[in-house]
Design a protein around this ligand. Sequence first.
Ligand SMILES: Nc1ncnc2c1ncn2[C@@H]1O[C@H](COP(=O)(O)OP(=O)(O)OP(=O)(O)O)[C@@H](O)[C@H]1O
Ligand SMILES: [Mg+2]
Length: 404
Amino acid sequence: MGPTGDGGGDGAGLVVIIVLAAAAVVSLLVAFGYYCYIRNKVSKHLNKLKRNNEALEKARSAVEEEEEVGPTVVTERGVQVFGFKQLHSATGGFAKANVVGNGSFGSVYRGVLPEGRKVAVKLMDRAGKQGDEEFKMEVELLTRLRCPHLLGLVGYCSDNGHRLLVYEYMANGGLQEHLYPDGGSCGGVSKLDWETRMRIALEAAKGLEYLHEHVNPPVIHRDFKSSNILLDRNFHAKVSDFGLAKLGSDKAGGHVSTRVLGTQGYVAPEYALTGHLTTKSDVYSYGVVLLELLAGRVPVDMKRPSGEGVLVSWALPRLTDRDKVLQIMDPSLEGQYSMKDVVQVAAIAAMCVQPEADYRPLMADVVQSLIPLVKSKSTSKTGSASSFHAAKSPSTSECGKTGL
Ligand SMILES: Nc1ncnc2c1ncn2[C@@H]1O[C@H](COP(=O)(O)OP(=O)(O)OP(=O)(O)O)[C@@H](O)[C@H]1O
Ligand SMILES: [Mg+2]
């Protein structure tokens, strides 16, 4: 029984074990190498992903930052260019509760800018070329014109097809809401007293005087009416809505020919018939507003008795007749006026609504005639806090000359 046979078997077993062990070590090494290779690759990939994510985050927050807080561009004339999102948040997302009025151009919202300034935001919804033209006209004119009796433009937004105008906020809204608290039907009692009405008449006249006589070439408003006279918290008046405005002819007595636009009851007869537009067309519309202030009646109301439906036709024969003039007066005024003042204002109104344009006065004449009626009362309860100086000539003291 020799040990040789057994020793050969042990040697072969040992070789097998060594080979297996070596193979195991090699495969472990290979596996480890592969693991390191994969780990390296994965970590590189993860790093790349991380860097991408960081860049994305950065870009996202830059967009958000830009959309949320700024950048509000301020043009050289102080008008701000807003982003849509800024105005969206200023108006509480154009909340229904913030709607202060609805016009033919769109809804008007109350808003507050980040610095706390109250504004009115008009979201223009008129589509197409006409909407674009009105928007541009309003922005261009209001950016250039500066007069305390014209509504101030704070800024605008023309973003992704949205068109918005941002105005100074007028706490008491449109004049028509105060003249016709029940919406225009007979019987509503207006709280606007005589003194306030006369001051509104004077301030609105100064706004038109500026457009006609202190801007070169003159600007014809074309849509002057009681809803376009806005009142601040002290009932001081400013003329608004220049979307339909037109630059007038700079030739003396000249006119521009244009499509007839405006609001029923306020449009001068010659403009309605021929399309010839002059500053005297605005004087006619002003006369209609003056009649509204005197009579507390809307320009056209076919529910009234026969002969009284059209304010101008009903009032005109009575305006220059001392015995009849009191018939047109708003009963809400309950005799707060003197006969002398009524006769004077009625005479101004009668001249403004003359069918013949040449017989109508200039707005400068209207202003000068109204000043004495308001002058002595410039410290009235709604007038004391204002910059209104009735004794000064408005032409030189309040609105300078403007070239367009
Ligand atoms: N700056 C403002 N501040 C406060 N209220 C305003 C302002 N602008 C407009 N409003 C309110 O919104 C209403 C609607 O105004 P808007 O100018 O859109 O239409 P309108 O003058 O009534 O009619 P139209 O569109 O035919 O001119 C006004 O009557 C007024 O009550
Ligand atoms: Mg308006």
